[in-house]
Design a protein around this ligand. Structure first.
Ligand code: SF4
Length: 403
């Protein structure tokens, strides 16, 4: 159980952030905001992939007008991303967005920041102070000579002071860096200094798979320390991948309830009785299409498969030309190898509908015995990889001429 850092709570529309609320997933549209239909379609796709909150740039008057047109049809709360022009923050609020992101690196006039904060305060809208290593306040860059954690945190604290001076406290903060260890340090430092909720991300993480790995490394490290209230993967990829990755990460860390499929599969080895990569990919594709929140295992052999994947709700293990379907580690049905994926999907549907007990009760009586026979047969042919000590002794005896 991860003990989370206590933080103030705020709301982005109907999504609570901080104060023990579920960690939310954010992503950002890549469409032109003036393209109302295109942006709406992307927001719906992001919601479908797991985004709780979506950020959209408000970079000119046409973008603000686009926001005004699309806000009534938005399926999730929207945050307007503001750089340089504080008036666009005012326009975005007028358009009906549920929150703002300000970059202290490029809106530096104190009075402009306070004007925006007063308006947000009166409208009860939150603001994210989003510091980025790449666009750090020039004065701080000159002072520290590099975007070091102290510089990013000082930038955030300076901005927060302006907001607090006009009694604005619905603040969340990000201090993003593209270097993973530095990003982690930035947030650790910030977490000691403020009680506001924190938005985690590795900025400019890049394309897949490197961007995904950097984001997972940085965000997970902090989440496991209890730091972080909302997350975004900044990938150079379709933003749907960002939302999906964010959601999956939270599910895998046990920080959000499973909403979709969790497919586990063995890495395959010389014992595999089937092309595990092919079967696992086909199973993933078919099961994702079903939209079932279930953990499914695809295992390459019946020798170790059912036992190793006994925690999974459902699984299938190959052996002697057949697929051995198992529920919670108990073999319930044996099907021809060519029908493995089809049988897995059918069983997954029934398992979700009827429950584990019912499916165990409906097991084919001879399935477990068939699986056991296949297992014994394979052990005869391949040997028992798990009885290493016996083998070591036998090898030693042979070497010594005792065998
Ligand atoms: S389940 Fe079987 S095939 Fe897969 S890695 Fe384990 S021993 Fe190898």
């Amino acid at each position: 159980m991860i003990e989370r850092r206590p933080s103030r709570q705020l709301h982005v529309g109907d999504v609570a952030v901080g104060g023990g609320a579920p960690i939310s997933v954010q992503s950002m549209c890549t469409t032109k905001t003036a393209d109302v239909d295109g942006t709406l379609a992307q927001v719906y796709a992001l919601k479908g992939a797991g985004a709780d909150i979506v950020r959209i740039t408000c970079n000119d008057v046409e973008a603000a007008q686009g926001l005004a047109e699309m806000m009534p049809r938005m399926p999730v709360p929207i945050i307007a991303d503001i750089h340089y022009q504080y008036r666009l923050a005012l326009a975005a609020m007028e358009a009906g967005v549920q929150g703002l992101r300000l970059n202290p690196g490029n809106i530096r006039n104190e009075e402009h920041i306070k004007t925006v904060a007063r308006e947000a305060r009166d409208r009860k809208l939150p603001i994210r102070v989003g510091v980025n290593a790449g666009s750090l306040d020039k004065e701080l860059l000159a002072k520290y000579e590099a975007p070091v954690p102290e510089a990013l945190v000082e930038s955030a604290l300076k901005e927060i002071r302006y907001l607090e001076e006009v009694d604005f406290f619905d603040i969340k903060i990000s201090v993003k860096h593209s270097n993973v260890p530095t990003m982690v340090e930035c947030y650790r430092l910030l977490a000691e200094r403020v009680s506001y909720p924190l938005h985690l991300g590795v900025t400019e993480a890049g394309p897949l798979p490197g961007g995904l790995i950097k984001s997972v490394a940085g965000i997970s490290t902090l989440l496991l320390e209890g730091i972080g209230d909302t997350i975004r993967f900044s990938l150079t990829a379709d933003p749907v991948e960002e939302a999906k990755a964010g959601r999956q990460l939270l599910e895998y860390l046990g920080l959000r309830e499973r909403k979709g499929l969790d497919l586990i599969a063995c890495p395959s080895c010389g014992r595999a009785e089937v092309d595990v990569i092919k079967v696992a990919n086909e199973a993933q594709h078919a099961l994702e299409a079903e939209g079932l929140a279930i953990q499914v295992a695809v295992m390459g052999c019946v020798v170790n498969g059912p036992g190793e994947a006994r925690e999974a709700d459902l699984g299938i293990a190959a052996g002697r030309g057949r697929g051995h379907l198992f529920v919670k580690g108990q073999v319930v049905r044996v099907v021809p190898e060519a029908q493995m994926v089809e049988a897995l999907v059918e069983e997954a549907r029934r398992l979700v509908e009827e429950g584990v007990e019912a499916r165990l009760a409906a097991a084919d009586k001879d399935a477990a015995a068939i699986a056991e026979a296949a297992r014994d047969e394979l052990l005869q042919i391949q040997g028992d990889a798990n009885r290493v000590e016996i083998k070591r002794r036998a090898v030693a005896e042979t070497a010594r001429g005792e065998g």
